[in-house]
Design a protein around this ligand. Structure first.
Ligand code: PLP
Length: 475
């Protein structure tokens, strides 16, 4: 291709970037002066100064001080194929040179968007044959709200607008995304949720499963959906939305009885099921989509993050035949869309990203090799005196830090919240070259899907070392 940069050019750019000396203090000063970060206490950040990330390769990051870090969080649950993928940057470069942008409004389309929609329909669970593109997961969930309400309107049910979600869910930061989410801290800022969105409890066995087996608790937690449908009135309920495994809420892996029961209840009352797979999609749990793993048939699937491995922003909704048929055949114009819906550059990045996932068999590797190995190695951490519970599913995992362990998980003694032990532990991880996120006192990871078994060993050793440091500190 005459537009492709030469290998020599690419190597020289890479070496310039690698050698570039970043003045950390100067960047931090400008950062504090001008950059408002997402989900950040700026006064506290200003006192410490942000860590400046400058480079990534595979599962590793380097900061401006030259420190190498294992990225246990795949950026923000998204860099599934790892950093430094030249073929993605080349696909992006070529698309930018050819057609950097055109919209999909007004009866126009573009080649990468059509190819990607076709590819997504191929890898999606059966019956999801259409795609609506957005720029992010939040916009995907806003699209879901618009779409399910429109669906019921077209069918003549103008009052069927309520969407049931769950406490401690995360569905994004737009007004509808934050409302669908069940994060109290977000609702408290800005008068949320917006009308027509209600919440039920989450399937968190540690929190609410005392006295029950996990399977019994799964059925119990699903029954809260039926109760809520009857309380609101089935004539008013449009849909239920849930993350197959809650991510930002702390990697809450539901009992295996939960999702089939949720599906049964949705079917019984004829309400739509939305799976928010922004984290779980694109191989993270060892299947292309987690809906396959949990045996559910959602009407709509939200996706983002792993679709491009975060290289370029892209999100959207996979639309099932039930909804697509009504919107397309009876709905006329759907008054909804974004400038960047079907952005050709983002779609080109996604196509190359998916090609890599297929070529390197990353989904199969997580299912059969690296996922089970991570599961085994991560579970071993439960023998640490600080760790009360450690579990994983594919390439997401979490462990709970406890003051004192008991024979039954529900009897473990928690740390005083004011001690913020999770944040203490996160600090040790960060300073010792490991990114692990803290949600209260639950420490979580979601590593790049390219992580090898040897790198899993390296990561587990780092985590254990930092648990030791935390233990010595909080005793
Ligand atoms: N849904 C889930 C399950 C998420 O985890 C996220 C982001 O973390 C979102 C939606 C929002 O996606 P975005 O940040 O791309 O708007």
């Amino acid at each position: 291709n005459p537009l492709a940069p030469s290998a020599a050019f690419v190597t020289s750019v890479k070496s310039i970037v690698a050698q570039e000396v970043v003045d950390t203090a100067a960047i931090q000063q400008l950062d504090t002066a001008h950059y408002m970060h997402p989900f950040t206490d700026h006064k506290a950040l200003g006192e410490k100064g942000a860590r400046v990330m400058v480079r990534g390769d595979g599962i590793y990051l380097w900061d401006s001080e030259g420190k190498k870090i294992v990225d246990g969080m795949s950026g923000l649950w998204c860099v599934n194929v790892g950093y430094g993928r030249h073929s993605i940057s080349q696909a992006v470069y070529q698309q930018m040179e050819t057609l950097p942008f055109y919209n999909s409004f007004f009866n126009t389309t573009n080649v990468p968007a059509v190819k990607l929609a076709t590819k997504l329909a191929e890898i999606a669970p059966a019956g999801l044959n259409h795609v609506f593109f957005t720029g992010s997961g939040s916009e995907g969930n806003d699209t879901n709200v618009r779409m399910v309400r429109r669906y019921w309107d077209v069918l003549g049910h103008k009052d069927k607008h309520t969407i049931i979600s769950r406490h401690n869910a995360y569905h994004g930061s737009t007004m509808a995304g934050a409302s669908l989410g069940g994060m109290e801290g977000m609702h408290a800022q800005g008068g949320l949720p917006i009308p027509g969105i209600v919440h039920i409890g989450q399937p968190n066995y540690l929190e609410s499963g005392r006295g029950m087996t996990e399977d019994e608790f799964g059925i119990e937690a699903a029954s809260w959906l039926e109760k809520k449908i009857l309380e609101v009135g089935v004539e008013k309920v449009a849909a239920f939305i849930g993350e197959p495994v809650q991510g930002a809420g702390g990697v809450i892996i539901p009992p295996k009885t939960y999702w089939p029961e949720i599906q049964r209840i949705c079917d019984k009352y004829g309400i739509l099921l939305i799976a928010d797979e922004v984290i779980c999609g694109f191989g993270r749990l060892g299947t292309w989509f987690a809906s396959e793993l949990f045996g559910i048939k959602p009407d709509l699937i939200t996706f983002a993050k792993g679709v491009t491995s975060g290289y370029v922003p892209l999100g959207g909704v996979l639309v099932g035949d039930r909804v697509a048929k009504v919107l397309i055949e009876q709905g006329g114009e759907f008054n909804h869309g974004f400038t960047y819906s079907g952005h050709p550059v983002a779609c080109a990045a996604a196509l190359e990203n998916i090609r890599i996932i297929e070529d390197e068999e990353l989904v199969q590797r997580v299912a059969n090799e690296t996922g089970p190995y991570l599961n085994k190695r991560f579970a071993e951490l439960a023998d640490h005196p600080l760790v009360g519970y450690a579990n994983s599913c594919g390439f997401v995992a979490g462990l709970n830090l406890v003051r004192k362990k008991a024979a039954v998980v529900h009897d473990h003694e928690a740390f005083d919240e004011a001690l913020a032990v999770g944040m203490v532990c996160r600090g040790y991880m960060f300073n010792n070259g490991m990114i692990m996120r803290a949600v209260g006192d639950r420490m979580i990871i979601a590593p790049p899907l390219v992580m090898t078994t040897a790198q899993i060993d390296e990561m587990i050793a780092l985590i254990r070392h930092c648990l030791d440091l935390t233990y010595a500190d909080v005793q």
